[in-house]
Design a protein around this ligand. Structure first.
Ligand code: DAT
Ligand code: MG
Length: 150
């Protein structure tokens, strides 16, 4: 649906490397609508919940430490197939396999420092949006809707 939403998060390394503007610009230019945005220095507990499916993986403690090391930029982007297209814009989890032209393929080298997160399904997007934006998100009509969609 053209109102599908995905949770995109710029990780602490993306913030430190001043990539916030570049990443936001990619989503804006692709045609997505920004519906939520904030900077958060998340607690380990909050991040453990976000990554609960990965609990038990050998890299889990390091992942939580890295994600809690500084602020992240939490965003919700809306548009046609936002979840899948968001993932393809991010590139593969391991930057070694991320194509040039993707966010990870252009800006990252190491799997444990891969710049940004994107929801992997509509169902996890809903969970992640509720987890990061319990206060709710705004609703507004994009004036570009009739130009960007059929
Ligand atoms: P993705 O972020 O592409 O959805 P994921 O959900 O499988 O990937 O893993 C979450 C994050 O955990 C990933 O962005 C980076 C880190 N990670 C995944 N696999 C890893 C590994 N083998 N070594 C180190 N970090 C890893
Ligand atoms: Mg994931």
């Amino acid at each position: 649906s053209k109102f599908e939403q995905t949770y995109i998060m710029i990780k602490p390394d993306g913030v430190q490397r001043n990539l916030v503007g570049a990443i936001i610009a990619r989503f804006e230019q692709r045609g997505f609508k920004l519906v939520a945005l904030k900077m958060v220095h998340a607690t380990p507990e909050h991040l453990e919940k976000h990554y609960e499916d990965l609990k038990g993986k050998p890299f889990f403690p390091g992942l939580i430490k890295y994600m809690a090391s500084g602020p992240v930029v939490a965003m919700v982007w809306e548009g046609l197939d936002a979840v899948k297209t968001g993932r393809s814009m991010l590139g593969a989890t391991n930057p070694l396999a991320s194509a040039p032209g993707t966010i990870r393929g252009d800006y990252a080298l190491a799997v444990g420092r891969n710049i940004a997160h994107g929801s992997d399904s509509v169902e996890s997007a809903k969970k992640e949006i509720a987890h990061w934006f319990p206060e709710g998100i705004v609703q507004y009509r994009s004036l570009l809707e009739d130009v960007i969609f059929e």
